[in-house]
Design a protein around this ligand. Structure first.
Ligand SMILES: Cc1cc2nc3c(=O)[nH]c(=O)nc-3n(C[C@H](O)[C@H](O)[C@H](O)COP(=O)(O)OP(=O)(O)OC[C@H]3O[C@@H](n4cnc5c(N)ncnc54)[C@H](O)[C@@H]3O)c2cc1C
Ligand code: SF4
Length: 353
């Protein structure tokens, strides 16, 4: 048992002050990841700053026609919000493909972005892991690496970001709102989550004294043509081997706008905006265009012994997502176990107040 202090903040300013003035402090949101990490001795906070009383649980329309969700909005509340279902069904579908109803009721938007990798070695303090213990090595390089990255990895770390929600947020060009001692700032998710390089322990651009306050979605939500395809070992309660969040606008049979992000294959949701031009402007019936796009995305893949299968799996998942999105076949049931909100998947009492 590692002793730690506990403080409950009631305002964003107080949370930042407590975190800043207490060395080794960590924020606590839904606790579905940080508590596991503490139990496994992977993270040993000297102090916990509980942010659950902060006023960050609202989902609001923005003046620009987008949507802003506070950092403490739960997965369930966001996935079943009528505006999200209508305007950003890709996000709803991705969230419902993740975890379980119980975890979605507790887990928050901010915590989902900042959740740690599911690499087995990261969770086992008896092994070498540059992310947990910088400079110690990477046991996954020649170890069990079936779940690991094929894109953007380094010789120091081949871990993946495990989120489903973030893959959709990346395809939707979401931004992250941040508050800190020196004020507030907004950063695109694409720039917030980092690749491992030679500092895999640095996962985001969040400074020590900063807090995520919200995520924001722009107006375009690809409400007509979208798909979230998640390939995993079990149909429920399993992280993605490969996932694809794909949205497009089709006018007169032509793809006018196209966005595609991948999960389960890199240290952050993977998106190649330059390659997306291979599909933009093509006939929606042109299957060769999406195949060229898929080939281009995996052309830089570097596989290990255990995860080589992911290269072809990624290629096929992209094509499948495109076909689903084109036909507008996608429904929440297609991606996960949930076709409608089960009784235990509704926001907890305090969220509904
Ligand atoms: C069995 C299991 C299965 C799962 N399956 C999936 C899955 O299939 N797909 C998926 O996407 N996820 C999955 N998850 C992960 C789950 O989505 C995350 O644990 C959850 O999103 C974390 O949110 P939280 O609020 O509980 O974060 P916490 O555990 O409270 O915090 C996580 C981290 O974020 C920090 N933090 C939290 N909020 C803020 C904030 N606002 N500002 C700054 N720092 C903050 C904390 O200090 C901590 O470091 C699974 C989890 C479990 C346990
Ligand atoms: S892949 Fe990354 S998280 Fe996993 S053991 Fe290697 S350094 Fe650690």
């Amino acid at each position: 048992m590692n002793p730690f202090s506990y403080a409950r903040a009631t305002s964003v300013a107080e949370a930042i002050r407590l975190h800043r003035t207490t060395p080794g402090a960590h924020f606590l949101a839904g606790g579905t990841n940080i508590v596991d990490l503490m139990r496994e001795n992977v993270v040993r906070p000297a102090a916990i700053v509980d942010i659950n009383r902060l006023p960050l649980r609202d989902i609001e329309d923005t003046p620009e026609g987008g949507l802003r969700a506070g950092a403490l909005v739960t997965h369930s509340k966001l996935a079943w919000d009528a505006r999200v279902i209508e305007r950003y069904p890709l996000l709803s579908q991705a969230i419902l493909a993740g975890a379980s109803a119980q975890i979605r009721n507790a887990g928050t938007v901010g915590g989902n972005v900042l959740q740690r990798t599911r690499c087995l070695y990261f969770y086992d303090p008896s092994t070498c892991c540059n992310k947990r213990a910088p400079g110690s090595g990477c046991a996954a390089l020649d170890g069990v690496n079936r779940m690991h990255a094929i894109l953007g990895a380094s010789e120091h770390c081949i871990a993946t970001h495990p989120s489903d929600m973030c893959v959709a947020l990346e395809a939707l060009d979401a931004t992250i709102h941040i508050a800190g001692h020196d004020g507030t700032r907004t950063v695109p998710l694409a720039e917030f989550l980092l690749l491992p390089g030679d500092t895999p322990h640095r996962e985001t651009t969040l400074a020590e004294d900063e807090l995520i306050t919200a995520i924001e979605l722009p107006r375009e939500g690809y409400a007509q043509h979208y798909a979230y395809v998640k390939l995993r070992d079990r149909q429920s309660y399993a992280f993605a081997l490969v996932s694809v969040a794909l949205g497009m606008q089709i006018e007169d049979g032509v793809v006018r706008s196209f966005a595609c992000a991948l999960g389960g294959v890199a240290h952050r949701p993977w998106r190649d905006r330059a390659a997306e031009t291979l599909v933009n402007g093509c006939e929606a019936s042109d299957t060769l265009a999406i195949e060229r796009f898929a080939d281009s995305l995996v052309s830089g893949a570097e596989a290990r012994r255990g995860n080589a299968f992911k290269v072809e799996m990624t290629r096929r998942a992209i094509v499948r997502a495109f076909e689903q999105a084109r036909a507008s076949e996608a429904t929440p049931a297609a991606a996960g176990e949930d076709a409608s909100p089960p009784p235990d998947d509704t926001p907890p009492e305090e969220d509904r107040a």
